[in-house]
Design a protein around this ligand. Structure first.
Ligand SMILES: *Cc1c(COP(=O)(O)O)cnc(C)c1O
Length: 473
């Protein structure tokens, strides 16, 4: 009897499979097709039918006896899972609750309100990018941002390219190609993402002349290495790396004097760099205007690190060198688009107005006090409890970080919300947060899930409160 039943189920086993058309008619699938298009929808359906056919072929019990309806429901569930996987890959807004201010994986600096507005209102359609409105003729691309940068750094001129890696490569390729660059062994670093100083020099066609040792290099080492072929002294900010203890590096001023004497260019890759002095917040990053004042001929830095703007590489320095770069054929390949100029220009305007700490999110986050973070955390916890939460929430002391390869040793004192739940592990909560809409990215430390409001905008706190109160047990 049992054998007979199995046999009959086996002979018809593919009859339970729905047709592609029948699935395309299902309301949920029709809704998805509106979003992802019918070609992609049909492709996913075919994949699902193939998977079910495979399950039926291997005749797993629950499939061989499954009804048509059950198989149909199962196909719908698989469809929902697959489209959810697909949409998790969409570029989407996330809430950075990690306390890492310049989080490269989360897009680095959040834009100021003015920069967002400029992005959308000034640049999204047409703008006077290379058009002079006073005479109706062609104008210089980026002139506005370049002049602001020169003003804010005290440099003679500025130029903007795609990112700081591009800027460094460009400077070496345009100004040191075929010659020698002298660099301290203590600065032959990897910045991350396979951006290694020796490789970049080789790619740029410059011969690297290493001097000194990992921990100590003297001005005399630079002087001794100077020869006929020397075109440049290079100083690279070590970014995410620090040598501590018995160390010595020539000051930029000392190098500048020597560079003058030897008639070579002094280039500093400041990496993050800062437009203003942030030492009050325990940050030891070079201030660009100081590098210029100390005598660097050309300096490169990122637009989306401590500056708090968009991804771009900023080059400031002597007018004659900047003009060489502007006329170099590589510039055409490295230049940025109108949205970058618009958002960067708006960000720089905040510095000019002396409103940077009020308006630029990266600087707001750096300067926010632990006391204020404690108050915000208390309010959020109180709010969640008031609205009914099944989580246990506790406020604990902790630290936030700068990130983005800047100031690796700096930690800012903060207050964090430790989130726990009787039925969930910290990893479960981390996953639930990550799968929230919008996703909330938190960190786990010492087996505790922690939320750091330093990197959460006040307007984003609502998503956290919603998450903490919507979870039903
Ligand atoms: C971050 C960094 C770079 C790369 O900057 P991007 O803008 O990310 O390309 C280059 N040099 C230094 C020293 C850096 O810190």
């Amino acid at each position: 009897m049992k054998n007979g039943l199995e046999k009959s189920a086996n002979t018809n086993k593919f009859a339970v499979l729905p047709s592609v058309d029948a699935l395309l008619q299902a309301a949920k699938i029709r809704a998805a097709a509106q979003k992802i298009g019918s070609a992609k929808t049909t492709q996913i359906i075919r994949e699902i039918l193939e998977e079910i056919r495979e399950n039926l072929r291997s005749a797993q019990d629950d499939f061989s006896f499954a009804s048509k309806e059950k198989i149909f429901q199962n196909a719908l569930e698989r469809f929902a899972e697959k489209t959810q996987m697909l949409s998790s890959k969409d570029l989407q807004k996330v809430i950075n609750a990690t306390g890492v201010i310049i989080h490269t994986n989360l897009g680095r600096a959040p834009l100021s309100a003015d920069a967002q507005k400029a992005f959308l209102e000034t640049a999204a359609r047409c703008c006077n990018l290379e058009y002079d409105l006073t005479n109706g003729k062609r104008g210089r691309r980026g002139a506005f941002c370049e002049e602001l940068l020169a003003e804010l750094t005290g440099a003679e001129a500025a130029l903007i390219v795609n990112n700081c890696a591009a800027a460094t490569f460009f400077i070496l390729a345009a100004l040191a190609n075929g010659g020698e660059c002298v660099v301290s062994r203590g600065e032959l670093v990897e910045i991350g993402g396979d951006f290694r100083v020796p490789d970049v020099m080789a790619q740029a066609g410059a011969k690297m002349r290493e001097v000194g040792t990992t921990n100590r290099t003297k001005p005399q080492d630079f002087a001794n290495a100077c020869g006929e072929q020397t075109k440049m002294f290079v100083r690279i900010h070590p970014s995410n790396f620090r040598v501590v203890g018995f160390t010595k590096m020539p000051s930029l001023k000392e190098l500048a004097e020597l560079a003058r004497e030897k008639n070579v260019i002094l280039f500093e890759d400041a990496g993050s760099g800062a437009l203003i002095d942030l030492s009050a917040y325990n940050l030891d990053e070079p201030v660009i205007s100081q590098s210029i004042a100390d005598g660097a001929d050309i300096v490169s830095f990122s637009g989306d690190k401590l500056l708090g703007g968009v991804q771009c590489g900023i080059i400031v320095g002597r007018g004659e060198l900047i003009e060489k770069l502007r006329k170099h054929p590589l510039y055409r390949a490295l230049r940025v688009d109108k949205t970058i100029y618009a958002a960067l220009g708006a960000t720089l305007q905040s510095y000019r107005r002396d409103a940077h700490f009020d308006e630029i999110p990266v600087l707001q986050m750096i300067s926010e006090t632990a006391k204020n973070l404690c108050r915000r955390s208390e309010n959020l916890v109180e709010n969640a409890r008031h609205n009914g939460t099944s989580f246990d929430l506790e406020i604990v002391e902790g630290k936030s970080a700068i990130g983005g390869g800047s100031a690796p040793l700096t930690r800012l004192p903060s207050f964090l919300i430790a989130v726990s739940h009787s039925d969930k592990t910290p990893n479960d909560i981390e996953k639930d947060l990550r799968e929230n809409v919008p996703p909330i990215i938190a960190r786990i430390e010492e087996n505790r899930l922690l939320i750091d409001l330093r990197t959460v905008a006040a307007a984003e706190e609502i998503y956290l409160t919603e998450f903490l109160t919507k979870q039903r047990r």
